[in-house]
Write a protein that binds this ligand. Structure first.
Ligand code: PGA
Length: 223
């Protein structure tokens, strides 16, 4: 698979923001799947600065920690801070995975209705919180986070002990039903796993490798 290498983080952020902007302008009623984490922060900043019309858009987040949703590091807080509070999206139009997960999947039409899904990639090859070993057929569900992910995410929580150990994530099967997928990766520490995922064996031990089986995926990287 082609990995589009961009000059720097600003270009990564504006390139993916361009894709979202085009989607919203061509299809104001779009259903989007959105990521959290450090990589998409610049993309959200770009999108907010463009003052787009989000009034008909419906969003679904890829995953949430199992934790108090009012915690400043919850993904609900992240989305409010970086996108929702700064756009005209209707609160009723933004959804996070919840239990029962089958009801969440029904809400998003099992993701068959998703027009555009933006993803990051974890240092262990996860997409959303589908850790290595996740079934390619998996649906939205509660998962235990891997040691590597807990370690990676502890930078947001100050210590491993304070970092959530469980999450609710869209499944790999769910994500793969999206009509278009854009994966963004930032930093040399992601380059090796990105290459393995995009051009190595398609295997459940590298969750992102499933994207090789999707016919509408774009991958953007900067170091
Ligand atoms: P990051 O996380 O953007 O904070 O590196 C990516 C991910 O784990 O999917």
């Amino acid at each position: 698979m082609e990995i589009n290498v961009l000059k720097n983080y600003e270009e990564l952020s504006s390139t993916v923001a361009d894709i979202v902007e085009q989607q919203l302008k061509e299809h104001p009623l779009s259903k989007l799947v959105l990521p959290t984490g450090s990589t998409p922060l610049g993309m959200y900043k770009e999108l907010v600065s463009r003052e787009l019309d989000w009034s008909h858009v419906i969003t679904f987040n890829l995953d949430v920690y199992l934790m108090n949703i009012d915690h400043p590091e919850s993904y609900q807080s992240y989305m409010r801070k970086n996108l929702f509070d700064k756009t005209n999206i209707y609160p009723d139009h933004s959804h996070f995975p919840f239990r029962p997960t089958s009801v969440f999947e029904d809400k998003m039409d099992g993701s068959m209705g998703i027009d555009l899904c933006i993803l990051g990639i974890g240092s262990n090859g996860h997409i959303a919180f589908n850790e290595p070993g996740s079934s390619f057929l998996s649906r939205t569900r509660v998962v235990d986070l891997s040691e590597q992910t807990i370690q990676d995410n502890s930078r947001f929580f100050g210590s491993v002990d304070d970092t959530p150990k469980q999450a609710i994530t869209m499944g790999l099967g769910t994500i793969m039903e999206s009509k278009k997928i854009v994966l963004m990766a930032n930093g040399v520490n992601k380059l090796n796993i990105l290459n393995v995922a995009m051009n190595g064996e398609v295997t459940e031990s590298v969750p992102a490798s499933i994207l090789q089986n999707h016919d509408n995926v774009e991958v953007y990287y900067c170091d």
